[in-house]
Design a protein. Structure first.
Lengths: 403, 89
């Protein structure tokens, strides 16, 4: 089987509009969670989120094109452009587009367009629905638009698994490059889920915090919604080396599992199964891992369960692992979460700096690992795992190692 | 038995699928073995029925026990009635 290189990285989220700005903010432990500014808040109980702020779609797309693009597709395109520019690949000119997969996760899809059309229809009693509503709302739109812009004609589709969508997409793209089915893949996740009805729905579940996101600490009150995209270029490792590409990291393995238990309550056995599968797939010994970018939503249920799962797989090495949740800074971007978090994983690996869990106050006896509270840590990082666990009990973990 | 209490007992029984006879004011949702997803549905149904909003994790409100829920609803309904303009005859 081939080895797989990551040769391009792109991101847009509350911390920044590109991957470098995002990573710098993560290193600084700067949280981008704040009062909601992009949508009306008078009907909301929870009025904080990690929004993409200062974003002007017209700076990236002309008006004619924008009619086709829900915010979720805009984010995917912006991150894909950055990733491809960094990889140095010219998919159309080289003809490589024919050997390229485009697999992008999203939890919801075109939520802003859906909300806008529903609001016209039910709220304004306007019987005319926009003729491009369907193509804006569909969950595969981000993958389609990235493929169309760059001429990618290999396997192309969306992956949907709520909060694990990006990691499931990454895993699928990784398998395709590793097996030789394709030579390149554009992959990651995108989400633009901050609308009034979505926030109301999260509020009703009573799992969202009204102060900020404080994963793993005693004062945590829940998750905070985020949005954005992370897109990566994966490539046959030997080919990347031969063309002199900068290899950001090796995509070493992926592990997936389903709890087949409760629709919301996580199981540490299910999470542990995916973590162990990722290690085995990457042929990594447990003590070869230095950092885990946790799912770490900051809910009462996730954090102790995830901590138990990590302990279950790593045994005594769990006490030597750095484990942090960058959701404390960029919020929970649902189907883009794993992709934005891969920016943290790659940064940690390349620079030997583990980003912290921000907003951490006091330790919780039920969460007994080293969560790198509030301040980034300089330490050698040989391999990183990045966890994503979704509602429905769907777990996906990716493993990356130094190039 | 007040009507608020009757309504709440009814909602708990229906949403959690438990016999209404097993519910008492002294029960906590935990005693009744009500899972978290059922609990949020119970709270939603109560809010929807009484047109009130039960605070989330507010130390002044006990939403973990049946008596706490009944007290909270009675208090919020009374506050709402007091705040509403007098009815026109």
């Amino acid at each position: 089987m081939r080895r797989v290189a990551i040769t391009g990285i792109g991101a847009i989220n509350a911390l920044g509009h590109d991957a470098a700005t995002t990573w710098n903010a993560m290193r600084e432990g700067r949280s981008a969670i704040g009062p909601i500014v992009n949508i009306p808040t008078e009907l909301l109980g929870v009025r904080i989120a990690a929004e993409v702020r200062g974003y002007d779609p017209l700076a990236h797309f002309d008006a004619k094109r924008l009619v086709l693009l829900d915010r979720v597709s805009q984010f995917a395109l912006i991150a894909a452009r950055e990733a491809i520019a960094q990889s140095g690949l010219e998919f159309r000119a080289s003809g490589f587009g024919e050997r390229t997969a485009c697999i992008i996760g999203t939890g919801i899809g075109g939520e802003n367009s859906h909300n806008e059309q529903s609001s016209r229809f039910y709220g304004d009693r306007n019987p005319r629905v926009h003729p491009l509503a369907i193509v804006r709302v569909m969950a595969n739109a981000p993958a389609c638009h990235v493929g169309m812009e760059f001429g990618l004609t290999g396997p192309s589709f969306a992956v949907v698994s709520a909060c694990a969508s990006a990691n499931h997409a990454l895993a699928q793209a990784f398998e395709m490059v590793r097996s030789g089915k394709v030579d390149f893949a554009l992959t990651g996740g995108s989400e633009a889920c901050i609308t009034v009805p979505t926030i109301k729905a999260w509020e009703a579940m009573r799992v969202t915090a009204d102060d900020t996101c404080r994963p793993f600490c005693r004062q945590r009150r829940g998750m905070v919604l985020g949005e954005g995209a992370g897109i990566f270029v994966l490539e046959d490792y030997e080919r990347a080396r031969a063309r002199g590409a900068t290899i950001l990291a090796e995509f070493a393995g992926a592990g997936m599992s389903a709890d087949a238990g409760d629709i919301v309550l996580p199981s540490n056995a299910g999470a542990a199964k995916a973590i162990a599968a990722a290690l085995a797939d990457a042929r990594l010994p447990a003590d070869g891992v230095d950092y885990i970018n946790a799912h770490g939503t900051g809910t009462p249920a996730n954090d102790p369960t995830e901590s138990k799962a990590i302990r279950r797989v790593f045994g005594s090495h769990a006490d030597r692992l750095a484990v942090s949740s960058t959701k404390s800074m960029h919020g929970h971007a649902l189907g883009a979460a794993g992709a934005i978090e891969l920016v943290a994983a790659i940064g940690a690996l390349r620079e030997g700096v583990v980003p912290p869990t921000a907003n951490f106050i006091d330790a919780d006896p039920d969460c007994d690992l080293d969560y790198v509270p509030n301040v980034a840590r300089d330490m050698p990082v040989r391999a990183v795992l990045s966890n994503s666990f979704a509602f429905g009990g769907l777990n996906a973990v990716v493993a990356i190692t130094r190039a | 038995m007040g009507s608020v209490q009757e309504t709440i007992f009814g909602i708990i029984s229906k949403e959690a699928g438990i016999d209404i006879g097993k519910i008492s004011l002294d029960s906590t949702l935990k005693d009744l073995e009500i899972q978290s997803l059922d609990a949020v549905q119970i709270i939603f149904e109560i809010e929807d029925q009484f047109k009130i909003t039960l605070p989330d994790r507010d130390p002044n409100f006990d939403t973990e026990s049946v008596k706490g829920l009944v007290d909270a609803v009675e208090r919020l309904v009374a506050e709402k009635t007091a705040a509403a303009p007098p009815a026109q005859s």
